[in-house]
Design a protein around this ligand. Structure first.
Ligand SMILES: [Zn+2]
Length: 306
């Protein structure tokens, strides 16, 4: 029941030796997702032992180079490795055009099919859905059309208390009903599901807020989320720069996490002007104590809470 995030790159627009451009790998119960794909992502996937070939869904927040230029190399490598099953890309429409240009100038098509899902930049939208989880895109404010992504597990069925199955000699039909929060008659007696079951797993959630200026409009999408990744390109002392480039400061990222009542915040996308992230952590923790600074290769598990 894994829910594990790996930061592949946490640098700002210009990469440094320590921080590669933005990319993240997310494993939710054996579903493998890539979030953004900056230059060198395929190397980072290998370096941090992620399931390179198992990724079926790629989410690209916006078309600044540090968030997507790695996709051409990554897809080309998948092709050389013989991939032939579909890959889904959720991204601004123009990326599809760029991929077509890439294929036409390189004179070859990939052996696999790209299923392209253009993003909507005006409202919250469910873009992925299966039986255990779903993904939503939501608009954020940046200098080009940009979306964040919210990954959400679905509620699970209630759990049977084993002794009750024996004690009441329950059949499969009644067990199904109890797990589904329904009362059920057993041997002429109506049994309350609360008496024979316990709560199912609490659904876990992760919100990737992409590149964004401070924007309280996103808080409604993030309420009570387990984990937020919010960019923190600058410190408060460079607020003028943050406003001009439509990025955020560490304090602003922390304020979003606080107002959203998040459990944990990871900050990243640090500008190349800063050698280390100590001051970012200091600044953010004044507002939101549960803050962690990202580094390339950092892995974060969200555990199941009962
Ligand atoms: Zn950007």
């Amino acid at each position: 029941m894994k829910f594990e995030l790996t930061i592949l790159g946490c640098g700002g627009a210009i990469p440094t030796l320590e921080r590669k451009p933005t990319s993240q790998y997310l494993n939710i119960q054996d579903r493998h997702f890539l979030i953004d794909c900056g230059e060198g992502t395929q190397i980072q996937l290998r370096k941090f032992k992620c399931k390179f070939s198992k990724i079926d869904h790629i989410f690209i927040s916006h078309l600044h180079g540090d968030h997507f230029l790695g996709i051409f190399g990554y897809l080309s490598s998948l092709n050389l490795l013989g991939r032939n099953n579909d890959i889904h890309i959720y991204a601004p429409e123009n990326l599809n055009n760029l991929l077509e240009v890439h294929n036409s100038v390189s004179g070859k098509n990939f052996n696999f099919n790209i299923v392209f899902h253009p993003l909507n930049f005006s409202k919250l939208k469910r873009i992925y859905n299966d039986k255990i989880m779903e993904v939503f895109s939501f608009p954020v404010k940046h200098s080009v059309p940009t979306c964040g992504f919210l990954f959400k597990e679905k509620s699970t069925d209630r759990r049977m208390i084993k002794e009750k199955i024996k004690e009441l000699d329950l059949n499969i039909e009644s067990i199904k009903k109890f797990k589904n929060s329904e009362n059920c008659e057993v041997n002429g007696v109506l049994i309350d599901y609360n008496d024979v079951t316990t709560q199912g797993n609490q659904p876990r959630t992760y919100a990737y807020c992409a590149d964004s200026q401070y924007d309280e409009n996103i808080i409604s999408y993030l309420e009570n989320v387990d984990l937020i990744y919010h960019e923190s390109t600058f410190l408060e002392s460079k607020m003028d720069k943050a406003i001009k480039t439509k990025h955020s400061t560490a304090k602003q990222a922390a304020t979003i996490a606080l107002k959203a009542n998040a459990k944990q915040l990871i900050i990243g996308h640090f500008s190349a002007r800063y050698d280390n992230s100590d001051q970012f952590l200091e600044e953010a923790k004044v507002v939101f104590n549960q803050t962690i600074t990202a580094y390339d290769g950092y892995t974060h598990q969200i555990k199941i809470e009962n």
